[in-house]
Design a protein around this ligand. Structure first.
Ligand SMILES: Cc1ncc(C[n+]2csc(CCOP(=O)(O)OP(=O)(O)O)c2C)c(N)n1
Ligand code: SF4
Ligand SMILES: [Mg+2]
Length: 324
């Protein structure tokens, strides 16, 4: 539409309109981020994880198009189906490499990865270690139910010795993985543990994990009511257990602070990880180490300087030319 200006010039309404990027954004609501109705069994712990994740997205009001949810395969890995945003339900155990590529190529996105104990510690155990040591920026939430749920009750890497399943009809005999020890040894830079019955604790940890720059992982005890019911009751006060939260150091120079946990102390974190089941909950370890995202960015900038600010295409062409 053309409008007459006082001096007789005409201007188009389009030219004077506020660009879309500067217009106030609509608040991100639960409705906007909810996709399909979850297909988990009634009572599955994963429902509470999804509800907590929705709460965090709503509270932090992230830009909707900047949220990516990824997963491997498993009941827990169905997560991205239920989030209205960019995402993928990927290959079993291979979600860390997919998330790594997305995080490195698009550092502006919030990369959230979801999965189970089988997906993360068994078939994907090797990828987990490499994502951790490279400190690739993402938040990985592992719903640990001590069993393969989707495939209907096989022994998982975290199943306790004696657990009877389709693969161990007389009881599991192998030493289970200790997720905290594995993550500390792997080099993850934010490592925490929670329980699906503790929603405020879960929310708090998801927020801390997503604010952390680097490979942040939360292991969440999330009950499979179908194939391993009641296993996490010892950590659930509503079922007679106790949920013991790690008291972190406040650095307030008080004698009682000496007894609190220093999250930057790797050995202290390892000691907490050796406590018998159900152990303790909260942040075990947190450290500030350059991410691969930051290191790679620097390396790309230096390389670009060396080649006289060439475009991506020119750099690629030069690389191909060298191969001739
Ligand atoms: C390469 C490959 N191997 C095996 C499977 C079969 N499979 C699908 S999910 C799964 C285990 C899922 O367990 P977990 O990650 O603990 O998730 P849960 O279902 O317990 O949430 C297995 C073995 C597969 N889909 N792909
Ligand atoms: S089988 Fe277990 S893990 Fe899978 S949806 Fe049902 S309760 Fe949840
Ligand atoms: Mg599982």
């Amino acid at each position: 539409m053309n409008e007459s200006k006082p001096n007789g010039e005409t201007a188009t309404a389009v030219a004077t309109a506020t660009p879309a990027s500067e217009q106030p954004r609509e608040k991100l609501t639960k409705k906007a981020i909810t996709a399909d109705h979850p297909t988990w069994c009634p009572g599955c712990g994963d429902f509470a994880v999804l509800a907590s994740f929705y709460k965090v997205l709503e509270k932090r009001n992230l830009e909707h198009e900047k949220i990516v949810t990824l997963a491997g395969i498993g009941c827990s890995s169905r997560f991205p189906y239920f989030v209205n945003g960019h995402g993928a339900h990927y290959i079993h155990g291979r979600a860390v490499p997919l998330a790594s590529g997305i995080s490195l190529a698009r550092p502006d996105l919030h990369v959230f990865l979801f999965g189970g104990d089988g997906d993360g510690f068994s078939i994907g155990g090797n990828h987990l270690d490499h994502g951790a040591r490279k400190n690739i920026n993402m938040t990985y939430f592992i719903m640990d139910n001590f069993v393969y749920g989707l495939t209907k009750k096989q022994t998982s890497p975290t199943s306790p010795i004696g657990f009877k399943s389709k693969t161990d009809p007389t009881g599991a005999i192998d030493q289970p993985v200790n997720p905290m020890k594995k993550l500390i040894a792997g080099g993850a830079t934010f490592i925490a543990r929670t329980h699906a019955a503790q929603v405020p604790h879960m929310i708090q940890l998801i927020e801390r994990a997503m604010d952390h720059q680097g490979f942040s992982v939360i292991e969440c005890l999330s009950e499979c009511v179908e194939f391993f019911p009641d296993v996490f009751d010892p950590a659930n006060p509503k079922k007679g257990g106790s949920f013991e939260v790690i008291q972190e150091r406040k650095w307030d120079n008080t004698p009682e602070d000496e007894l609190r946990h220093d999250v930057t102390d790797e050995l202290a974190a390892y000691k907490l990880a050796t406590l018998p089941f159900p152990g303790v909950f909260g942040v075990f370890y947190e450290t500030d180490r350059p991410t691969k995202n930051a290191l790679e960015k620097k390396w790309i900038e230096n390389t670009r300087d060396k080649v006289g600010n060439a475009s991506d295409l020119e750099v690629l062409q030069k690389t191909f030319d060298r191969m001739k």
